[in-house]
Design a protein around this ligand. Structure first.
Ligand code: GLA
Length: 375
């Protein structure tokens, strides 16, 4: 009888001797947030990097410049971790410019036609940075500013609270806008992004996040074999400059239909330039609902996206051309995909789209959850 307990007692003894501070030995890691200096911007502002680790060993590296997610390590079906977001090697590379790798996008994600809109009878002119149009907040959008950061240990997991005050007139937008974006790497293996904003003058707002994902690993080639489901029966067709025509069109019988899981590459040749479209989510009452689910068959990694937003921009990295290199990889066309939860592009000029107007006294909120698993 006594010998039965010997292995258990020796295991307990080992734990006492070596301790459980390396909690990985105990099958669980300790959640943590580490901070390190990441460099300086051209105008001398310090940029910090925060490394969030949850109890399952998932890791997110986020910097204060642009609130950019530099890397995101998640396990495959065999428990092997890989970095599943495209990114650069250093702050200098980010400062040279990237196609919004991992960034927070604001004040307005996606395009506003001709950079113009009218609000309360006043016409506003925004910075144009995409041909004649305004894209992703303009020349110096929220992806290119240094955010204030406050690391937090929450009940759900490690979190990073980022704040930024965009002044009245910035990139042409009216109103001083105070923004709070919190990233939480939950112990349920989710990257949760919670946005809040308030203004002192009526304005328009559409915040989003612009990670390029490749669930096979950021350096594993194209994403055409990923299986995608989009919980959207409709999309907003665009003109040649990717400005919505105003129509809300059914996906039925078209290569835009992802209501049932399909590989991204199965019909991409039929979509001029590749996918770069806003889908109208079936759930649009502002509650948190499943918007997308992506599965990578080789590694078994799955990402589900839940959002409170009415739309999601599905973009297949069509403009990646090998000129962006990072983390030992060269990023070519279709090497990553974005699923940007948002209001519809050019909403300020399309009264039939859900409103993006924020008035003083109101609070803008958006919540998006990226849930990771494997099968
Ligand atoms: C979004 C847009 C694309 C492109 C990328 C950035 O996804 O819809 O057209 O501008 O951002 O390159």
């Amino acid at each position: 009888m006594r010998t039965k307990y010997v292995p258990i007692l020796s295991a307990i003894a080992v734990l006492f001797v070596f301790g459980c501070n390396e909690l990985a030995m105990c099958g669980e890691e300790e959640m943590s947030i580490k901070k390190q200096a990441y460099g300086k911007t051209k105008d001398g502002k310090n940029v910090d990097l925060y490394i969030l680790t949850n109890t399952n060993g998932l890791k997110a590296e986020i910097m204060t410049y642009g609130g950019i997610v530099i890397s995101l390590q998640v396990p495959d079906r065999d428990g092997n971790f890989a970095d599943i977001v495209l990114g650069c090697d250093s702050l200098d590379e980010y400062l040279k410019g990237t196609p919004y790798f991992g960034a927070l996008v604001g004040r307005y994600g996606n395009r506003i036609a001709k950079g113009k809109f009218t609000l309360d009878g006043v016409e506003y002119t925004l910075a144009t940075n995409n041909g004649p149009n305004h894209l992703h907040g303009g020349i110096k959008g929220f992806d290119k500013v240094v955010w204030n950061a406050e690391p937090m240990q929450t009940d759900q997991g490690p979190a990073l609270k980022l704040t930024y005050r965009s002044r009245d007139g910035e990139e042409g937008y009216p109103g001083n806008l105070s923004c709070i974006v919190s990233y939480t790497l939950t112990n349920n293996n989710e990257l949760k992004i919670n946005y809040e904003a308030e203004t002192d003058k009526a304005t328009v707002i559409n915040l989003t996040h612009h990670s390029y994902f490749n669930l096979g690993g950021h350096n594993s080639g194209d994403i055409l074999g990923h299986e995608l489901m989009l919980n959207a029966d409709h999309f907003t067709p665009v003109d040649k400059d990717l400005i919505p025509t105003g129509e809300i069109k059914s996906v039925k019988g078209t290569p835009m239909d992802f209501t049932r899981p399909m590989t991204i590459g199965s019909r991409i040749e039929q979509v001029a330039g590749g996918y770069d479209h806003n889908y109208v989510l079936n759930s649009s009452d502002g509650s948190l609902a499943l918007a997308a689910s992506v599965y990578e068959p080789k590694t078994g990694r799955v990402m589900e996206i839940f959002t409170t937003e009415p739309g999601i921009q599905f973009y297949t990295g069509n403009f990646l051309d090998g000129s962006n290199k990072g983390k030992g990889a060269v990023y070519n066309k279709h090497n990553g995909f974005c699923l940007e939860t948002q209001h519809f592009p050019d909403s300020p000029n399309n009264p039939n789209f859900p409103s993006v107007v924020l008035k003083p006294g109101e609070k803008y909120t958006q919540l998006t959850v990226h849930r990771f698993s494997a099968r």
